[in-house]
Design a protein around this ligand. Structure first.
Ligand code: AGP
Length: 609
């Protein structure tokens, strides 16, 4: 979703801004633009890809300061005029903005009444006019004037022709980072846009503003009092953000992220397992054993696939710790005025750590005195910082919109949490050891599944031919089915609906036909027989079947394309059953010739409500 870059220093800004925008492409966008300030302000913006913007740039675009933006349409369609930066009528002020201005309609009316001509449909344009209209002497003062009139969320950056040495940025609910270089400074909404130039960064907090010049930055609040935000080195490998690259090879990033899962899971597990006592050590939880024992309920909140993994996590917590647990979409949570209980552990789960619905759910819980931990991938992200403690996933940067490696590390994170919660309760040391061994075996088992990828491509081709299909599973297998359907929908644009296998005959069976395949999750567990019976019901109605199962399962005379995965401990089977579904979705999309990494209408981080 929308991305911001900024540069001020000794180099030409335009190429650096374009390069930064290229690194934000994975977030999802529909138009892009830059404002470069040299002897005059030059603004170029285009609907379409960053490449379209590059083609529209004049040969002579010169200036050592500028801002750039990738837009994901909210107010008004994707068009050249709605793309950012937005300017005032004189073209003196240029603004890029992520987030949503809630009172934009009222502000637009006011500006129109004052005979200001608005040229776009956007909420952002009002900010440029408000900044231009301010009588304050400094750019900082002008922006504060504008922001006191604005309600909503923003990460924004402003350049002004009368203040050619600086970019002023402000944050309220939409991330912004400042990157510190040698006589040059960068600004971005995502670390990915900075890491090639610097890994020394400062995160702005909500309510903070920053003035950025070539020689440094200062941060302050809306009352212009200084804050103490400082830059620090982040421990990351910049090459992990490269698209393709030597190690990954060329091709869709999603594919390489699927293949990377054994390594990312190893990173999640590293240093956290205790073989001797059959438990996990999660220091970042900031909870001692007594506090862990006092937890009476676990409530998991996430969006999209993170919510589906949350459902798997709730299952793990109930099975291993025997603590009641459930998952709920974070996007719904705060709208029902949730009851926050002191002995409930709230868990926010997010790859990006930026998803606004999840962040707002965390803030609602904290406002009501609840304790929240985060299962988050991006270190230092808004959700990670808002939580009382948590588990970093260490999946490494995930670039493809369709999440794969982050989700499997989330699952492992939940397994570690459930194990630690279980071992301070009634989970025996023997059971703990059994699970530790099973967790350690996961990377090699995933390798095994991926090695047999060839067998899946033909099945994926058949699924790609169908326009509608079901994914079904029971209990542990149901969230697996949900995640499988989600992955397929996201990148193939085929209709895929997930159901509990047990619910088929209560309605959806009516839709089963030769044209509607079913992907069934049939683990070797206490429900195998019932699952196989349901397969017969589907087959009897001519429904083509793909069965993701274990080698030990006897499907009898059911005609099905069979995909076997190695058996883990029953509690951990879901993670291995998920892997072939990722590969099926990927190969189906590839068969259809679709842009796997940038599915239409979707954004990597959903930073608006
Ligand atoms: C996953 O494939 C999706 N792109 C999406 O559902 C995602 O999981 C969701 O938007 C949550 O993102 P987060 O993990 O960054 O919070």
């Amino acid at each position: 979703m929308c991305g911001i870059v900024g540069y001020v220093g000794t180099q030409q800004a335009a190429p650096l801004l374009i390069e930064g925008l290229g690194r934000l492409e994975h977030r999802g966008y529909d138009s892009a633009g830059v404002a470069v300030l040299g002897t005059r302000m030059q603004v170029v913006k285009k609907a379409g890809r960053v490449q379209d913007l590059v083609e529209a740039l004049p040969k002579r675009i010169s200036g050592r300061l500028g801002v750039g933006h990738t837009r994901w349409a909210t107010h008004g369609p994707a068009s050249d005029v709605n793309a950012h930066p937005h300017t005032d009528a004189a073209g003196t002020v240029a603004v890029v903005h992520n987030g949503i201005i809630d009172n934009a309609a009222a502000l637009r009316q006011r500006l129109v009444a004052a005979e200001v001509e608005l040229v776009s449909d956007t909420d952002t344009e009002v900010i440029a006019h408000l900044v231009a209209a301010s009588a304050a002497d400094t750019l900082e003062g002008k922006i504060v004037d504008a922001l006191t009139q604005v309600e909503g969320t923003y990460g924004l950056a402003v350049v002004h022709a009368d203040f050619p040495d600086r970019i002023v940025a402000a944050r309220n609910g939409s991330p912004l980072l400042i990157g510190v270089g040698e006589k040059e400074m960068y600004l971005a909404s995502d670390l990915a846009a900075l890491v090639r130039h610097t890994t020394t960064v400062a995160h702005l907090d909500d309510g903070e503003l920053a003035t950025i010049t070539a020689t440094g930055f200062t941060t302050f609040r809306q009352d212009l009092t200084r804050t103490a935000t400082a830059a620090a080195a982040v421990e990351i490998d910049p090459s992990a953000y490269e698209y393709g690259g030597e190690e990954a090879g060329e091709g869709p990033r999603m594919y390489w992220e699927i293949l990377e899962q054994p390594a990312s899971i190893e990173r999640t597990l590293r240093g956290r397992l205790d073989e001797r006592f059959g438990t996990a050590h999660l220091g970042g939880l900031n909870l001692d054993p007594r506090e862990l024992r006092a937890i009476r309920r676990v409530k998991i909140l996430g969006c999209g696939s993170a919510y589906y993994v949350g459902q798997m996590g709730a299952g793990l917590v109930e099975e291993l710790a025997r603590v009641p647990a459930d998952a709920e979409p974070a996007s719904e949570f705060r709208y029902r005025n949730p009851i926050i209980e002191p002995d409930t552990l709230y868990v926010a789960v997010s790859q990006s750590g930026e998803t606004i619905d999840t962040l707002l759910a965390v803030e609602e819980i904290k406002r009501k005195g609840g304790r929240v931990i985060g299962l988050v991938n991006v270190v230092g992200s808004a959700i990670a910082r808002a939580c009382d403690g948590g588990i970093y996933l260490h999946a490494g940067p995930e670039i493809a919109v369709a999440s794969t490696k982050a989700l499997t590390t989330m699952y492992v994170g939940f397994a570690l949490l459930a194990l630690q919660l279980g071992r301070v309760r009634d989970l025996s040391v023997a059971d703990g050891k059994r699970l530790v061994a099973a967790l350690q075996a996961l990377p090699a088992q995933i390798e095994e599944i991926v090695k047999r990828e060839g067998e899946l491509t033909e099945v994926a081709g058949t699924l790609a031919e169908a326009t509608s299909m079901f994914f079904v599973g029971r209990v542990r297998g149901y969230p697996v089915a949900r995640e499988g359907a989600q992955k397929l929908k996201e990148i193939t644009y085929r209709h895929a609906e997930a159901y509990q296998t047990s619910e088929l005959k209560h309605g959806p069976l009516a839709l089963i036909s030769e044209e509607v395949p079913t992907v069934a999750i049939v683990p070797d567990d206490e429900l195998t027989e019932r699952n196989v019976a349901a397969l017969h019901e589907i087959a009897a109605r001519g429904g083509p079947l793909v069965v993701v199962t274990h080698p030990e399962v006897d499907l009898g005379d059911v005609r099905a394309a069979r995909i076997d995965v190695p058996k883990s401990e029953a509690e951990l089977d879901p993670i291995l059953l998920t892997i072939p579904l990722q590969l099926l979705a990927y190969h189906a999309a590839a068969t259809l010739g679709l842009d796997v990494d940038k599915p239409r209408n979707l954004a990597k981080s959903v930073t608006v409500e």
